[in-house]
Write a protein that binds this ligand. Structure first.
Ligand code: FAD
Length: 473
């Protein structure tokens, strides 16, 4: 537990008061980084976290890191490994590693003298003032500046019987499912749904995905989506498109989902169900109205390009402000607010340019910038460079690693030779995409990327070969 917690700060029921320079509500990526920066500048800081299991925030406890440990271990499984035992060992490794990261995250702030770490749930009671409740204890903290960094949580869909208990899971509870389900039904074909589909199929579960879209991965170009779907189907995953879930029911041995396709009602059963139908902002019960902080119709805090809310002195960072929901975007939110508070105040969300992202399938699908369809829609004269990974003779890395599946697709503006976007699906694409993203941001041309010297054997060198191939105009 935090050193300066409500538990160690007993005040016999009388609310204790504190005033600090900077108050951070929620131990997210942006908030913890800002807390450290402010404290190192000599400011008095308080950081409030409602759960001891969430010290360090979602990324290290329930999201990026634990899921990628489980995905990594799923990829290493050999056919001879007993699925249940192997999965249980992977979950245990996940728990050990996340516990160590939680401890480290706590120490990093705890060792700073001017940081007050508070365990409890915060609610605004006025402008720049919150009440923290932890058990029977109450603490009121006011501040010159407040950072709201409360994150998001799995949305509970409004379908009959929706709940997160028993055999019906969200992305957090499914990470500790025991024993490994022999069958898994996933409602939602977004990145959370498909990452879990890919992972559990490799642990040996029979996986079915119900996706509402006309086709899976509808934001991707058809050739990219088709490659990804072939990979998923090749791993034994069934994807049912155009499927709208209408009800879910838990049972003794299996859970059941009712869904419609083209108006026809169907049911599917499995030992476990994952409802992966989006995220909701953690703003409920935060008393934002008492602080004058406005939210949009989905409950996300509205912010300007410096991440200022409608209330003076209050900023919102990370998932809760409705921006792209990634840890590295939360980290960038921290840069914008730090610049506004302690720097020149020039940095804004509109400076971000091409923000890459990766769907951690096996192999991962990484994307940045415009798809071919979006570029054409925007009126660019587009030249497309595309090759299946298995056909790229000059980049044997994927073959060396035993997984040559995937595609490399780069969308180039014919008029300027600028890279407009890329879709990379292959081993290590989560690394290569950062290079393409940097090229887009710094206006390095497609020809320069094509003619650069890359290490060998690497997956980056696919750019030498693919960018030399002009497919269509
Ligand atoms: C399954 C899954 C996998 C993901 N994988 C990736 C990935 O690979 N890469 C990536 O970049 N992103 C990934 N994400 C997204 C990423 O996890 C989030 O974008 C990121 O963690 C957001 O962090 P944040 O700064 O908004 O706050 P969070 O890290 O969510 O922290 C918010 C904190 O506030 C606390 N809190 C909430 N309300 C209160 C209150 N009233 N009082 C006190 N404390 C409160 C919460 O307990 C929590 O600890 C994934 C998400 C999911 C669900």
């Amino acid at each position: 537990m935090p050193a300066h917690s409500l538990e160690t700060d007993r005040t016999s029921g009388v609310a204790h008061r504190e005033h600090v320079d900077l108050l951070v509500v929620g131990w997210g990526k942006a908030g913890k980084t800002l807390a450290g920066t402010a404290a190192r500048k000599g400011h008095r800081v308080a950081l409030i976290e409602q759960s001891a299991d969430m010290i360090g925030g979602s990324c290290i406890n329930v999201a990026c890191i634990p899921t990628k440990i489980l995905i990594h271990d799923a990829e290493q499984r050999r056919g001879s490994d007993d699925p249940e035992e192997y999965f249980a060992r992977a979950v245990s490794r996940r728990d050990t590693l996340t516990a160590a990261m939680r401890k480290n995250s706590h120490s990093l702030l705890d060792e700073l003298d001017s940081v007050l770490l508070v365990a409890g749930r915060a609610t605004f009671i006025g402008e720049c003032e919150v009440q923290v409740t932890g058990g029977e204890e109450r603490l009121q903290i006011s501040a010159d500046t407040v950072i709201i960094n409360t994150g998001s949580h799995p949305a509970l869909p409004t379908i009959d019987g929706a709940q997160f208990s028993g055999r019906i899971h969200n992305s957090k509870t499914l990470q500790h499912v025991s024993p490994l389900p022999r069958s898994l039904l996933i409602v939602g074909g977004g990145y959370v749904g498909l990452e879990f589909a890919s992972m559990f199929a490799q642990y040996g579960a029979e996986v079915t995905v119900l996706d509402r879209g006309e086709r899976p991965l509808r934001n991707e170009d058809t050739d990219v989506a088709q490659t990804a779907v072939e990979v998923l189907r090749g791993d034994g995953i069934t994807i049912i498109s155009g499927a709208t879930a209408t009800a879910v029911a838990d049972g003794v041995d299996r859970a059941r989902v009712t869904y419609t396709v083209d108006g026809q009602e169907n049911t599917a059963e499995a030992e476990a169900v994952l409802l992966a139908m989006g995220r909701a902002p953690a703003t409920k019960g935060l008393g934002l109205e008492r602080a004058g902080v406005r939210v949009d119709d989905r409950g996300y805090v509205t912010v300007d390009e410096h991440l200022r809310t409608s209330a003076p002195g209050i900023y919102a960072v990370g998932d809760v402000n409705g921006g792209p929901q990634f840890t590295y975007v939360s980290l960038d939110d921290n840069r914008i607010v730090a610049d506004h508070l302690y720097g020149a105040g020039l940095r804004t969300t509109s400076d971000r340019g091409a923000v890459p992202y990766t769907m951690f399938l096996t192999p991962p699908l990484a994307r940045v910038g415009l798809s071919e369809a979006a570029a054409r829609e925007q009126g660019y004269d587009v030249s497309v460079r595309v090759k299946q990974m298995a056909d790229i003779a000059g980049a044997p890395r994927a073959k060396i690693e035993g997984d040559p599946r995937g595609i490399v697709k780069i969308v180039v503006d014919s008029a300027t030779d600028q890279v407009l976007g890329a879709a990379l699906m292959h081993v290590h694409s989560q690394e290569v995409i950062n290079l393409v993203s940097l090229a887009i941001r710094h206006r390095i041309t497609a020809s320069e990327l094509r003619d650069s010297i890359y290490t060998h054997p690497s997956t980056t060198e696919a750019l030498n070969e693919v960018l030399g191939t002009l497919q269509s105009n």
